[in-house]
Design a protein around this ligand. Structure first.
Ligand SMILES: N[C@@H](CCC(=O)N[C@@H](CS)C(=O)NCC(=O)O)C(=O)O
Length: 242
């Protein structure tokens, strides 16, 4: 345990690039390959933080990807998890693996129907994510996006403070959160989540900001904007602020 914590401290946050040497992974140590501004990786990092799972973080440059990263995940996407001879990728699958394997707060209901309902909310959020990026690019489709968010607004009104109920967050909260943290970026395109239209989601956003896992993984609006601008200019600054 102490060894793992020391390892975590020792790892640099700077992204590894093509041509770099593979950072050796010790037996039994869980590693996440990530990119600091990636919302998909943040999903899994939120679960790691919330469940207090010892791990080390290796950031990779997503334009100049290290060869050893592509050997582990041929799709070259973050998040990717590695432990011993196991490699897992796709954010929702990584998060579910962590919830299944590690002790601590269970984020997935044991009742099959409730579990299916939660998975439906997570999977179909992909549509809202697509609409989010469309607005970020050209500022259209507010109505479609609002319609998508409306489903979550209504669901929260039945569930309570969190999607996990009144007492604690669940996997749905963590799978959706990264795009709500970035919602302010759409204000430059004229989109704003208002309390009048989305009272439950607005309250949920405030509640989520109080969670230690969110505090540990979040960036402020300005940092997100700086990264987005560098991305739009074709030269993403993965190491911004380091
Ligand atoms: N469906 C994947 C999407 C992950 C994803 O698109 N990650 C981006 C960074 S935000 C990435 O790795 N991009 C590298 C690339 O597209 O080559 C997941 O849920 O994990």
């Amino acid at each position: 345990m102490i060894k793992q914590v020391l390892n975590f401290v020792k790892m640099s946050q700077k992204s590894y690039v093509a041509g770099s040497a593979y950072p050796p992974l010790e037996t039994g140590v869980l590693r996440i390959y990530s990119m600091r501004f990636c919302p998909f990786a943040q999903r899994t990092r939120l679960v790691l933080q919330h469940k207090n799972i010892p791990h080390e973080n290796v950031n990779v440059h997503l334009v100049k990807k290290p060869e050893w990263f592509l050997e582990r995940n041929p799709f070259g996407l973050v998040p990717t998890l590695e432990i011993d001879d196991k490699v897992i990728y796709e954010s929702n699958i990584c998060s579910q693996y962590l919830d299944d394997v590690y002790p601590g707060d269970k984020l997935t209901p044991s009742d099959p129907y409730q579990k299916a309902r939660d998975q439906m909310l997570i999977d179909t959020f992909g549509k809202a994510v697509g609409q989010f990026y469309k607005i970020a690019r050209n500022g259209e489709d507010f109505e479609e996006f609002k319609k998508s968010l409306g489903r979550y607004e209504e669901e929260l009104s039945k569930r309570g403070k969190y999607f996990g109920g009144n007492n604690k967050p669940c996997m749905v909260d963590f799978a959706l959160w990264p795009w709500f943290e970035r919602l302010e970026l759409l204000e430059e395109k004229g989109f704003k989540l208002t309390e009048a239209e989305f009272p439950n989601l607005s309250a949920w956003v405030k509640t989520m900001y109080q969670l230690p896992a969110v505090k540990a993984t979040m960036f402020d609006k300005e940092s997100h904007m700086r990264f987005l601008t560098s991305y739009r200019e074709g030269n993403p600054d993965y190491d911004f602020g380091l």
